[in-house]
Design a protein around this ligand. Structure first.
Ligand SMILES: *Cc1c(COP(=O)(O)O)cnc(C)c1O
Length: 305
């Protein structure tokens, strides 16, 4: 394991070499960027670990540490049937010796999809919650009934975005030794953006690309997450709502073409749920001269997996 190990969750020693931190920073050479005088650096959080996508690890790290320090034996969290967060939590529990419970929205479908099959293989206990109850999952009554069923647990919210998650994400900009003006990430719940913004220095600004349609509520959510974690707004940030391609897990032919072309040019396959949408947005904004010549942008490659 590289980097400072003192703030790692106990147990990390055992699996150390599996985590690649700080994650690499690579400049992307592309004639379309050169034509506009813009530099693009990729922060390769997708290379941190083969089982836990970059930003999910950033968000889980301090939560696992807290759970272990407070003596919890199990983690419980929520997610949809295709949730990267469910998969990552199962893997993290497996690595760090914590039992995991995944409460999945909706009904059970057999055979299990690859995400849920992976979770079960890594020791996660799955349980299903009807959509009506799922909407009330943060209410104490629902949490209490889960405690009665599963025993005591350390609770991680849906998507993993809580105060400790922000702390983990705030480390992303701190790992980048080169100067930059903007740092971009895809936005689901906004936790990653909220944390990244909190780690910025000087005039640096974070731009989140929403993958959900009409997600203007994200502005409030990011603010609330920062208030919860730091007592007030942190850093400069904004959210671009223009590149959702129809909404979560929706796509359009131009996105596929962009991803395919990007892979041919750079040998890097972008995931179409999150990173592909952000990268399309960055290239489109560059093309439209939104960034001045001489600008350096960092794109955080938060996944896949
Ligand atoms: C979950 C996920 C995101 C969304 O992160 P939020 O903190 O919820 O905004 C972005 N990229 C990838 C690859 C993800 O798996």
């Amino acid at each position: 394991m590289s980097g400072d190990t003192t703030d790692w969750p106990d147990g990390a020693e055992n699996i150390g070499s599996l985590f690649r931190l700080p994650s690499p920073v690579e400049e992307l050479m592309d004639s379309r960027l050169e034509a506009r005088g813009v530099r693009l650096l990729l922060k390769r959080d997708d290379l941190i670990n083969p089982d836990i996508s970059g930003n999910k690890w950033r968000k889980l790290k301090y939560n696992i540490q807290a759970a272990r320090r407070r003596g919890y034996k199990q983690l419980l969290t929520f997610g949809g049937a295709y949730s990267n967060h469910i998969r990552a939590t199962a893997a993290a529990g497996f690595f760090f010796g914590l039992q995991t419970v995944g409460i999945i929205r909706g009904e059970k479908h057999l055979p299990l999809n690859p995400v849920l099959a992976y979770a079960v293989e890594h020791g996660m206990l799955l349980d299903y919650m009807d959509r009506q109850t799922y909407r009330r999952k943060n209410e104490s009554e629902v949490i209490e009934s889960l405690r009665e069923r599963f025993g005591d647990f350390y609770l991680i919210p849906e998507g993993g975005s809580n105060e400790l998650a922000l702390q983990g994400c705030a480390e992303i900009p701190n790992e980048i030794t080169q100067d930059f003006d903007f740092i971009c990430c895809p936005c689901g719940t906004g936790g990653t953006l909220a944390g990244i913004a909190a780690g910025l220095r000087g005039k640096q600004e974070a731009i989140g690309f929403a993958v959900l349609k009409g997600a203007d509520w994200l502005n409030n959510d990011v603010l609330h997450l920062q208030e919860g974690a730091y007592g007030g707004p942190q850093g400069r940030w904004r959210i671009n709502l223009d590149y959702h391609f129809g909404g979560y897990a929706k796509t359009k032919p131009e996105l596929w073409l962009f991803i395919k072309d990007f892979e041919e040019r750079h040998g890097l396959c972008l995931d179409w749920l999150y990173v592909g949408k952000m990268m399309y947005g960055i290239f489109d904004l560059v093309e439209r001269r939104i960034f001045e010549p001489g600008t350096t942008i960092v794109a955080v490659i938060t996944g896949p997996i």
